[in-house]
Design a protein around this ligand. Structure first.
Ligand code: SF4
Length: 75
């Protein structure tokens, strides 16, 4: 089970050099990731506890392993 880092909170980042804009993350975590019509991926960097499971699923499903979660520790 994941616990939140109480000092900084969970955060997400995407490695632009790896991301190929497949959009899988958007289907897994629509509250966090959004692929815009202009082809850009937008995402919320600061996660709530509610978003964390979906964001973790998005990170696992990203075919390019481009999503990094920080501020999350294993309990
Ligand atoms: S699933 Fe991964 S490669 Fe695809 S848009 Fe999201 S971050 Fe980029």
């Amino acid at each position: 089970m994941k616990a939140l880092d109480r000092f900084r909170g969970p955060r997400v980042s995407v490695d632009d050099d790896r991301c190929e804009l497949f959009g899988t993350c958007m289907w897994e975590a629509p509250r966090v990731f959004r692929l815009e019509k202009d082809g850009r991926l937008r995402f919320r960097r600061q996660l709530t506890e509610e978003d964390l499971e979906q964001a973790a699923a998005a990170a696992r499903s990203c075919p390019m392993q481009a999503i990094v979660l920080r501020g999350v520790t294993d309990e």
